[in-house]
Design a protein around this ligand. Structure first.
Ligand code: CP3
Length: 346
């Protein structure tokens, strides 16, 4: 460690673009079905109960932290959990299926504001249980869905490749879309503020379906709502992360968003992304989740490519470009984590 390291956590330091003792790594969807210990618990308890029982949510959050030398934990929950707290009825099968998709102004107006400690108290209780149990001083990331990504599920009512009804909704009823996005932006701001108050040490918005939009619609709808959420979170003082899936065409639009870190998928090389984002942003990513199926030697080579692309300036958090696949061998994750640490340790 050098004396210039002024955050004890490599993850938090990298978020703030400070020098680090090693490149920190965590894995999107690191708590989940690729882990036998998760499947074992999940065979007895349904997914929603796992998220609603703080003791179980804490256990599942900690499972990957015990198995691997990960530099950060992420709360075990789902992007639709706070939406359920707003009274939207849905089930996980395994993706979210909304009983009555939201398409009318009356439905939008009827959505109540989220009061996190009243509507989803178990989330904050989970955070309070997790924090003292985290190994190696690893910080805890709280998260929510990006307002546009939530709109995709609410308007379509189910997972989809193209989210056609959500995209046509933006064009057919733009004012209604903005109203819905504003509501979701304010709800996610309240939700993430409550997570920070309960002990979350960084806050991340998952914009999983950003790549469906052309830049003008991304700016008008998705990004405007994200600005609204993020502006309300600045005073928490914790690093803010915006993950933009399939966002290679959108990087210029996000460059002036007031967040600390931009998460990117594997389709855009980090070198090019950093050029567009400029020196004021850290980057998180971006190994293809499929690379975990390579041979040990090839996996190292693919990880090295990501490190080389990220360059030598501070401000890189190693991650996958999207969530880990359920079919992944956990041993490959262990090898990846160890390699990134060995290769970057100073
Ligand atoms: O380790 C972690 O990252 C924390 C857990 C987490 C889950 N969902 C648990 C989960 C996180 C961060 C999420 C976010 C989430 N949920 C996103 C954004 C990230 C992304 O992948 O783009 C999205 C789009 C959702 C919506 C969602 N929830 C889908 C599409 C699905 C089904 C597909 C899938 O990946 O399982 C879910 C269900 C879900 N969320 C499961 C888990 C572990 C599977 C439930 C089960 O065990 O059966």
């Amino acid at each position: 460690m050098t004396s210039t390291v002024n955050e004890t956590s490599a993850f938090l330091a990298a978020c703030r673009r400070q020098p680090v003792s090693h490149t920190p790594i965590w894995v999107m969807r690191q708590a989940g079905r690729y882990l036998p210990e998760y499947r074992e618990l999940r065979s007895k308890v349904d997914f929603e109960e796992l998220t609603r029982r703080p003791d179980l949510a804490a256990e599942v959050t900690l499972q990957p932290m015990r198995r691997f030398e990960l530099d950060a934990a992420i709360l075990f929950s789902d992007i639709m959990t706070p939406v359920q707290g707003m009274g939207v009825e849905l089930e996980f099968a395994p993706g979210p299926i909304v009983r009555a998709p939201i398409r009318t102004d009356a439905q939008i107006d009827a959505l109540p504001q989220l009061v996190p400690e009243r509507d989803v108290p178990f989330v904050m209780e989970s955070i309070r249980l997790i924090r003292p149990e985290l190994p190696r001083g690893a910080p805890l990331i709280g998260f929510a869905g990006g307002p546009f990504t939530l709109l995709c599920y609410l308007v379509c009512g189910k997972p989809s490749k193209e989210f056609g009804p959500a995209r046509s909704f933006l064009y057919a009823q733009p004012q209604s879309a903005e109203r819905l996005l504003d509501k979701l932006a304010d709800a996610m701001a309240a939700y993430l503020r409550a997570q920070a108050a309960a002990g979350a040490q960084a806050l991340m918005l998952f914009e999983s379906w950003a790549g469906l939009l052309a830049p003008p619609e991304f700016e008008r709808f998705a990004l405007r709502a994200v600005r609204r959420t993020m502006a309300a979170l600045r005073s928490t003082g914790v690093p803010l992360i915006y993950y933009v899936n399939q966002g290679s065409a959108l990087m210029e639009s996000v460059a002036d968003l007031d967040v600390d870190v931009i998460g990117v998928d594997w389709r855009s090389p980090l070198g090019a992304v950093r050029k567009v984002l400029g020196p004021g942003k850290a980057v998180q990513g971006n190994l293809d989740p499929a690379a975990l199926f390579a041979s040990s030697e090839d996996l190292k080579r693919h990880a090295d490519n990501v490190l080389t692309q990220a360059g030598s300036l501070p401000g890189h958090i190693f991650n996958l470009g999207h969530g880990i696949w359920p079919e992944t061998n956990p041993d490959a994750v262990a090898r990846l984590v160890d390699h990134v640490h060995d290769r970057t340790r100073k």
